[in-house]
Design a protein around this ligand. Structure first.
Ligand SMILES: Nc1ncnc2c1ncn2[C@@H]1O[C@H](COP(=O)(O)OS(=O)(=O)O)[C@@H](OP(=O)(O)O)[C@H]1O
Length: 340
């Protein structure tokens, strides 16, 4: 276990939550080889503070830019105090390090999407503040515009499905998933960037290196058991109300994935391959024009970090560990993410 792995924040209950979800099927429980176990504090999950955190941007509503269906640009809308703050109709619930920021930034280009910039962490850490507090974080929208937010820790928060369902049973949920092994390494890389003295990835992976027993209580490992977390959501939402976005394809074919997302949200397909270019220096797709700007825009330097080299034997051991859970996840979602 990583002692106090990164993520503890004052007043925060953290992205933890989810021990074994009520109703975890016997197969998953036995695959894990254990009974209920608390998911520790998500490692190193600091809030992403975008400029104008809290949803606002200078002169903007956090939506900014883009004309609405009625033709009023978002920034003008908020300056005029037009429109109203609404609870989100769609939420990106995970997964941590899946590519959630990229998806939200790309979606914000759409004139009918308005999103809060920072992660509200309402359904995990701030729930006691109430829905009025949550709504107040949201940008103003006009009829026909969709309000969105992203907080990746919701996916692994045991209470989140019931809470989101009680806000609105019709909330559309989006999960960006990524190969759980790469995701774990990405998660560790983030923690390492904040706490350079932590033990190696290899030593944190195992409860006992000699026997090869994996420490499933380490959040970097635990978060990637997608099938287990999904069980918890399916107690409250039909599978058709959850869209699974491939984190890998979001990089290799952003326009293709954005096409699926726009369809799911009932939006006109406005974001297309014309909006993206591949930035060789960054090594990732970037926007030709960011929302509310005429300049090209790549994500910041905390996105697309160089990962440390991990012992290939350990990587292989993790691949073997995740395989049955991945298969189960493919079966549950009807999608093969090609992680093996
Ligand atoms: N276009 C583009 N630009 C930069 N980065 C991109 C992009 N698309 C996906 N990604 C991947 O997003 C990973 C970070 O995921 P999240 O934004 O979900 O992280 S977080 O949970 O909000 O911290 C991040 O992980 P790392 O590469 O490990 O840093 C990226 O691989």
């Amino acid at each position: 276990m990583l002692p106090g792995a990164g993520g503890s924040r004052p007043g925060g209950s953290g992205g933890g939550g989810g021990g074994s979800a009520a109703g975890t099927p016997g197969t998953l429980t036995s695959l894990l080889g254990e009974g209920s176990k608390r998911l520790p504090q998500a490692a190193g999950a600091g809030p992403e503070m975008l400029p104008g955190a809290g949803g606002s941007r200078p002169g903007g509503s956090g939506g900014g830019g883009g004309g609405s269906a009625a033709g009023t640009p978002g920034t003008l809308t908020s300056l005029l105090g037009e429109g109203s703050k609404r609870l989100p109709q769609a939420v990106i619930i995970g997964v941590k390090k899946g590519g959630t920021r990229a998806l939200l930034e790309f979606l914000r280009v759409h004139p009918d999407v308005r999103a809060v910039g920072a992660e509200p962490h309402f359904f995990d850490r701030n729930y006691e503040r109430g829905l009025a507090w949550y709504r107040d974080l949201m940008p103003r929208t006009l009829e026909g515009q969709i309000t969105m937010e992203k907080t990746p820790s919701y996916f692994v928060t045991k209470e989140a499905p019931a809470r989101i369902s009680s806000m609105s049973k019709g909330t559309k949920l989006i999960v960006v998933v990524r190969d759980p092994v790469t995701r774990a390494i990405s998660d560790y890389t983030q923690t390492l960037s904040k706490k350079p003295d932590i033990p190696t990835f290899e030593s944190l992976t195992f409860k006992n290196r000699t026997t090869g027993l994996i420490d499933t209580s380490w959040s970097a490992i635990q978060i990637g058991i997608y099938a287990k977390h999904l069980e918890n959501w399916l107690l409250y939402f039909p599978i058709g109300q959850i869209l699974f976005v491939s984190g890998e394809r979001l990089i290799s074919d952003p326009a293709g994935e954005l096409g699926r997302v726009q369809d799911f949200l009932g939006l006109k397909r406005i974001i297309t391959d014309k909006h993206f270019y591949f930035n060789k220096t960054k090594g990732f797709p970037c926007l030709k024009k960011a929302e509310g700007s005429s300049k090209p825009h790549c994500l910041g330097k905390t996105k697309g970090r160089t990962h440390p080299d991990i012992d290939q034997e350990v990587v292989q051991r993790l691949r073997d560990f995740y395989r049955p859970f991945n298969m189960k996840f493919y079966q549950m979602t009807g999608q093969d993410f090609g992680w093996d």
